[in-house]
Design a protein around this ligand. Sequence first.
Ligand code: GDP
Length: 416
Amino acid sequence: NSIERGAPGKPVIVQKKLNGYVGFANLPNQWHRKSIRKGFSLNIMVVGESGLGKSTLIETLFNMSLYGPKTPRQPGHELAKTIEIESVTADIEENGVRLHLTVVDTPGFGDFVNNTDSWKTIIDNIDARFDAYLDAENKPNRVVINDDRIHACIYFIQPTGHSLSALDITVLKQLHRKVNIIPVIAKSDMLTDEELLAFKSRILADIAHQGIEIFQPPKYDNDDEETQLENEEIFAKSPFAVVGSSNLVQAKDGRMIRGRSYPWGVIEVDNEEHCDFVKLRQLLIRTHLEELRERTANQLYEQYRTNKLLELGMVQDTSVFMSEGEALSNSARLEQEISLHKMKLAKMESEMKSVFQQKVAEKEQKLKRSEAELFARHHEMKQQLEAQRLELEERKARLEHDRPVEEKKTKKFSLR
Ligand code: GDP
């Protein structure tokens, strides 16, 4: 038992052992039941060049087929110069626990001859999701808000064995303050163990040198040793060297496993000695899904929201210095800001209206009260005056009555 004395003006916190069962130890069970009822949601974005195995990895992660057969891109598609945003949603269930999964793919990323600024569509999409959430929060009648914000971005690095490309660095720098970044080395079966180790350390050095923030597990004081160890083991593998495959192949010992079969052997997706797929799945789904959601809501979105509201007060017209495309996207952003501002004004107006109405009602009541008081005072004075009048009348009558006697007395006097 311990008693902590509070500083002057602060509450005293008493820590004591209970003498018997109270019941709040059951709170986690309430939470558990509520979560089961509500279900969970996870929005993942996959970013990486076409053909790096993004769709395959997602299907391997969730052990289901999400995408239909892919239509090969037409020659010359790179002239289109735009990244498409494709989103697939699935409601899945495991042992009674429901997960609403959305996967946002960015086909076309890195496919162009000149990729400068081609990634802006991705940033705009992430921003638009934050804006939609902000709009919903600012509505006077808030209903349940759909959380479409991206909770994790799996960034696919080409298995070149060199280091991050210039495009990787540019894009990661744009993304890291808006989403939780989980870097993966795509198709890691293309590299040998030694190449992988060296590649990983070069990528990590690049990430540190460029000041790019990737998702790290938060450390809590009350985490037990086992959890700390588990976290360390998971994140020691970052960037995760992954291999994706939903196909079952026959392993050496005859087992049917998910993997890729080569003339020299089989690579098992779910074997931790073959790749880091298991650790990635552990992070994303088993151990850190809630942390990813929480960091998105409490840090990344909060930062975006603060910046957005600050910007509202200081919108600068720089369109004269911009290319046509930039001016267009800026005008769309301006329009969004204006609508956000209008919404804020409407909210302020309705708040002011209700304050005004309350003040008027208060004044009316006060007036009514003083009117009643005045009426009572008036009535009282009237009564007093009436009483005075009656008294005077009485005195007058008395005087009139007494007058002849007095006059007789006076006459007698004068005769003498
Ligand atoms: P996306 O365009 O990034 O979505 O790539 P896909 O998932 O469509 O994969 C493109 C090709 O790469 C397909 O033929 C896959 O079978 C193959 N692939 C996917 N994952 C891997 C992997 O981990 N290793 C190897 N070697 N090939 C893969």
